[in-house]
Design a protein around this ligand. Structure first.
Ligand SMILES: Nc1ncnc2c1ncn2[C@@H]1O[C@H](COP(=O)(O)OP(=O)(O)OP(=O)(O)O)[C@@H](O)[C@H]1O
Ligand SMILES: [Mg+2]
Length: 327
């Protein structure tokens, strides 16, 4: 399958400064600290990990919406960091984002029509009023809303409906890739499934590629073809969905999976499951532990884990893991 996006050793470090007049840098938040993965055309790549592990920062970097400290992000083979204005414009049409908060990300005093149509106007794609209205109706229908909702205001809608509006807006420019940052996390569980089904349906119809960010392994499981597990700014495991849930190799992935509600786990895997508790809090990205950055919370940690950072090692079927237990 063709590779649409490729991230190579991405680092995003935020400087921490002290002093009011003479700011000096006293440290850096290593939000993303050496992340590599690729995304194939038409697939959904899930990105999971606890709060603060750098998922959103990775997503924003993919969107070319913040400056990476180092590394490369290739879109269809070209490094987006070197794009000129025209190339950025084209890139913006091809790669869109859906955000977590359907309340905060949509202006409640704007009509649905203007919210969805804004990208069309910005990119000069609204030929005339009739064509514009037709396109808005079409976009509303694509996400399961009714065309006559176009003249209502965002604040009149429920969370699930607002997220559909957000998706319709992201679709307006006919992107090929959508980066979804926790798109269902703010919704009730019953509504989550509906919105995930919309994502799936749109993917089947339009051949979309998704990068689907979520802290919730149960959600990611429902939509992903492959899954990237992040910990403190790094990728610690990548595998196909089936592989990851059947045969998680990293102790961190195992711990995350053991916390997923029973109903979301296969019955045949269930008997092998033992709850693995994560020790303590996630360390600060201002002060990342030496060696394997997970060693402070790992029940399997060995002497080596304190000093040597494990490299990503390829196993069978595209399964890769960064752990000294799997040399
Ligand atoms: N602009 C910024 N300046 C300084 N630190 C930042 C900035 N943006 C993010 N961070 C820090 O970088 C780390 C990673 O943040 P990020 O938002 O990417 O995590 P996340 O995995 O998306 O978490 P969540 O699940 O809570 O959304 C956090 O410690 C966060 O506080
Ligand atoms: Mg986030």
């Amino acid at each position: 399958m063709e590779e649409v996006l490729r991230v190579e050793d991405l680092q995003v470090h935020f400087p921490v400064t002290k002093g009011v007049l003479f700011k000096r840098q006293v440290g850096s938040v290593k939000a993303v600290d050496g992340v590599s993965f690729s995304v194939k055309r038409g697939e959904t790549l899930g990105v999971v990990g606890e709060s603060g592990c750098g998922k959103s920062t990775t997503g924003l970097a993919l969107m070319n919406m913040l400056n990476a400290t180092s590394g490369r992000i290739l879109f269809e083979g070209e490094d987006i960091r070197g794009f000129n204005r025209a190339q950025v414009g084209r890139f913006r049409r091809r790669v869109q984002m859906v955000y977590q908060d359907p309340y905060g990300s949509l202006n409640p005093r704007m009509k649905v029509k203007s919210i969805i149509g804004e990208p069309l106007e910005v990119h000069g794609l609204a030929k005339d009023k009739a064509a514009y209205d037709r396109r808005i109706s079409e976009l509303l229908r694509m996400v399961g809303l009714l065309p006559d909702m176009a003249d209502r205001y965002a604040h009149e809608f429920s969370g699930g409906q607002r997220q559909r509006i957000g998706i319709a807006r992201a679709l307006a420019l006919e992107p090929s890739v959508i980066v979804c940052d926790e798109p269902v996390s703010a919704l009730d569980v019953s509504i989550q499934a509906q919105v995930i089904n919309i994502f799936k349906d749109l993917q089947a119809r339009l051949g979309l590629t998704y990068v689907f960010i979520s802290h919730d392994l149960a959600v990611v499981r429902h939509i992903s073809d492959r899954i990237v597990v992040m910990y403190l700014g790094r990728v610690i495991e990548i595998a196909s969905r089936e592989e990851l849930y059947r045969n998680p190799k990293h102790p961190y992935t195992q711990a995350l999976l053991s916390a997923v509600p029973e109903a979301d786990v296969d019955v045949d895997v269930e008997h092998e499951r033992t709850r693995i508790a994560l020790k303590g809090e996630i360390p600060s990205p201002l002060n990342i532990p030496s060696g394997c950055r997970f060693h402070t919370r790992c029940s399997m940690a060995m002497e080596k884990c304190r000093s040597a950072e494990p490299a990503m090692v390829q196993a069978k079927n595209g399964h890769a893991v960064a752990c000294h237990l799997h040399p």
